[in-house]
Write a protein that binds this ligand. Structure first.
Ligand SMILES: Cc1cc2nc3c(=O)[nH]c(=O)nc-3n(C[C@H](O)[C@H](O)[C@H](O)COP(=O)(O)OP(=O)(O)OC[C@H]3O[C@@H](n4cnc5c(N)ncnc54)[C@H](O)[C@@H]3O)c2cc1C
Length: 697
């Protein structure tokens, strides 16, 4: 091992030594994760397209002002789009258009491009009529204009039906008049809005004084010189929890007139005489496809950011040494003694392996959901009417599944990312750690696109309906088939080793019991005379829990299925099955009161025992498992998570970049020099000096 020196932390040998202990072929694992993370060989080629300024991470320095950061994201966005148009990068363009690669995985794009290519484009594809797509789609795909997704208002978020913006048909001019009647009707929060030219704006459709509910309208916000269009006021909202997010907007519309053509018309249409054609009942459900697509992406982000955090924490923990192995030794730092690597501490393992195992669990669910959604989307795009009807029938299940996976992947990821940050000790507080900003940045996916309680309540309603279906003899299929099972009785295991199916069975049992418990409680509330909304509210705590239990089961079920179907390499499968067991065991240990029907104290103790054993079994593989995600140093952008383990050089190097470190004279000295005792300082100057050699002992 290298020894520490004035220029080296002496840690360069630590991670290679860890890698030598790994029980499986890391490259085999990387081949699987590369699909979701745009890592691997293909990523290397893609990254070459976006190398150098303005894509370089240095361009996004923490020391830049809010305005500079904003300008840098736009410089990146503009340069990236030019790269996309370069015929040399045609293959990348095709994969990007097919949604197989996201630029955001390679560099921070800024909100305009990310919302355009995700929410806006998907909305266009799923909600525009053929004629509208002819007018708008190709230009949007080529980023010839950018679109925002303007739904939320200052006074109205979760309650979509409460939006106040109006779109009133003017039959004489064949236009809609888009108007923000009150302060609370201002569009508030649309990502990227300050820097988009267009957007889909959601408003109450009003025809002949009759309100026909929320519809989407294509609006242009800026003219050819970047100025606001007449009647449009747009602004940026100012600093958020993530100081790098400089492009979230607000908008006020004052009697803005758009052609009747601009109401999204795939499912519902308005004729010039005001006749309204409602969407066919089954197909109206497809209107929410864009929302579902983004929720699917968010499950992927939960995986990605948690995987990054686990990588940073585990690599750093294998490098960081702290605490004497034998504090009673005469020379605790002497040969054969020394300090522990913090990865050997059990609680460090518990916290970081929890993040690691949950990240892999999210990975498999992200893959599962994306395949599910792609199948539905291709049916919507090119299926027969019968196939479309069948796909529409699957949507309640998909919607419920996605609501739960979005909420619980982001809730757990947010908590675990922050725990990873804390597990890095003081260094985790530094922006250069890479994990510190992941923690604050992840507040966004945890907040947007479906608030956690509202979405959980939606899932809970689906669960209650499924319980009703079961009770009334209607078929129940898909993810809730477990409702048919009887509750588990007392379990008597001698060890939980290798009991993956039994563990998943416990989570399935809990999901079924809580869904049924919820249904009973809800019925009792309505029997007391409460209205539907009041009854739901009265059982909301239980409903939230039932949604969590269902989602926890779906995550591990997907994980189990994927290990069976997608992991041919036996050694990789063994290593990943340990992680799946750990996810289940930790979930059960931390919520053991949920299994009073099945587990007594002795069984819970055995579960804790198995967790302890697993921590030991995972320990030699931990660096291999995080290497398996395939992040390179550029993607991690972390001093602590470097592949080579040279963390101290990196932390020091980053600190040196602070503008305060450019001169030996303290910046701002003039503000303090008058309050200091100059005689005292001068006396010190006379007694203290810099020597040229070490002290003679
Ligand atoms: C970073 C960021 C980016 C965003 N990007 C976009 C965007 O691009 N486009 C866009 O249109 N919007 C966007 N949003 C808005 C976002 O979708 C909303 O903030 C979110 O839907 C929650 O709505 P709200 O803020 O009005 O919260 P509220 O609805 O006011 O909720 C506040 C609290 O009340 C509770 N609550 C509310 N209603 C109920 C109920 N019925 N039952 C039980 N509890 C309830 C909620 O659980 C929550 O705890 C963004 C927001 C953020 C933070």
């Amino acid at each position: 091992m290298a020894a520490p020196s004035p220029t080296s932390g002496g840690t360069s040998g630590f991670l290679p030594a860890e890698r030598a202990k790994c029980s499986f072929n890391v490259a085999a694992l990387q081949t699987m994760t590369a699909v979701a993370l745009s890592t691997g060989d293909q990523m290397g080629k893609d990254r070459e397209i976006f190398s150098g300024p303005p894509f370089d991470n240095e361009e996004m320095k923490d020391y830049h002002s809010y305005e500079d950061k904003f300008a840098n994201t736009l410089a990146r966005t503009g340069a990236a789009v030019k790269k996309l148009r370069d015929p040399a990068n045609r293959k990348f363009l095709m994969r990007h258009m097919a949604g197989k690669v996201q630029m955001g995985t390679m560099f921070a794009t800024g909100g305009a491009a990310s919302i355009h290519f995700s929410m806006f484009l998907t909305f266009l594809k799923t909600n525009a009529s053929k004629e509208q797509n002819e007018a708008w789609l190709e230009l949007a795909q080529e980023a010839r204009y950018f679109g925002a997704y303007a739904q939320t208002e200052l006074g109205h978020g979760s309650n979509l039906r409460g939006l106040e913006t109006t779109a009133t048909l003017d039959k004489e001019t064949d236009e809609f008049v888009i108007h923000s009647p009150t302060l609370t009707s201002l569009k508030w929060w649309p990502t990227g809005m300050y820097a988009t030219t267009h957007g889909v704006v959601f408003a109450q459709l009003v025809i002949d004084g009759k309100n026909l509910g929320i519809h989407g309208f294509m609006m242009q916000f800026r003219d050819v010189k970047g100025h606001l269009m007449p009647g449009v006021e747009i602004g940026e909202m100012g600093p958020k929890i993530n100081g790098d997010n400089t492009n979230i907007g607000y908008a006020r519309f004052t009697y803005v007139r758009v052609p009747r053509f601009n109401m999204f018309a795939k499912y519902q249409q308005v004729a010039q005489d005001g006749q309204y054609t409602a969407p066919p009942k089954a197909l109206s459900k497809f209107r929410y496809m864009s929302m579902m697509s983004i929720r699917m992406l968010i499950v992927g982000w939960s995986f990605r950011d948690l995987a990054k955090s686990a990588t940073i924490t585990i690599r750093y923990s294998c490098v960081r040494q702290q605490g004497f192995k034998d504090s009673t030794a005469a020379d605790p730092l002497g040969d054969g003694v020394g300090e522990h690597c913090i990865m050997d501490y059990k609680m460090q393992q518990y916290r970081s392996f929890k993040a690691l195992s949950v990240a892999y669990c999210f990975f498999w669910s992200a893959v599962y959901v994306s395949m599910f959604l792609m199948r539905i989307q291709s049916t919507v795009a090119s299926g027969t009417e019968e196939e479309k009807d069948a796909a529409a029938a699957e949507l309640p299940e998909l919607h419920a599944t996605l609501s739960g996976l979005k909420v619980w992947s982001t809730m757990w990821a947010h908590t675990l990312i922050e725990d990873c940050r804390k597990a890095c000790g003081g260094q985790g507080y530094l922006r250069s750690s890479g994990v510190c900003n992941l923690s604050t940045d992840f507040a966004e996916p945890a907040t947007v696109e479906g608030e956690q309680v509202i979405m959980s309540l939606q899932l809970a309603r689906f669960l209650m309906k499924s319980v009703d279906d079961l009770n009334e003899g209607r078929p129940i299929v898909g993810s809730v088939e477990y409702l048919k099972e009887q509750p588990l009785g007392k379990i008597r295991m001698r060890s939980w080793k290798g009991e993956t199916d039994q563990l998943i069975g416990l989570l399935r049992d809990r999901a079924a019991r809580f869904a049924k418990k919820l249904s009973v409680a809800f019925k009792a509330a309505t029997a007391k005379g409460l209205s539907f909304d009041a009854a739901i509210n009265s059982v909301a705590v239980l409903a939230y829990k039932a949604a969590e239990c269902h989602s926890a089961y779906i995550f591990v079920r997907n994980n189990r299925l994927a290990l069976e179907e997608n992991v041919p390499d036996a050694a990789v499968k063994t290593a990943l099955t340990r992680l799946l067991d750990l996810v289940c065991l930790m979930q059960i240990r931390e919520n053991s009161g949920d299994w009073m029907n099945a587990l007594d104290e002795e069984q819970v103790d055995l579960i804790s025992e198995r967790i302890n054993e697993l921590l030991d079994e995972i320990r030699p593989d931990c660096v291999g498992l995080v290497d398996g995600f395939g992040f390179d140093d550029y993607m991690l952008d972390s001093t602590l998570g470097r592949f080579d383990g040279n963390v101290y050089e990196a932390i020091y190097g980053k600190a040196k970049q602070s503008p305060l470190n450019k001169t030996t004279r303290m910046v701002g000295w003039e503000h303090l020099e008058e309050i200091f005792d100059h005689d005292f300082l001068k006396a010190g100057m006379e007694s203290q000096r810099a020597g040229k050699t070490a002290a003679k002992l």
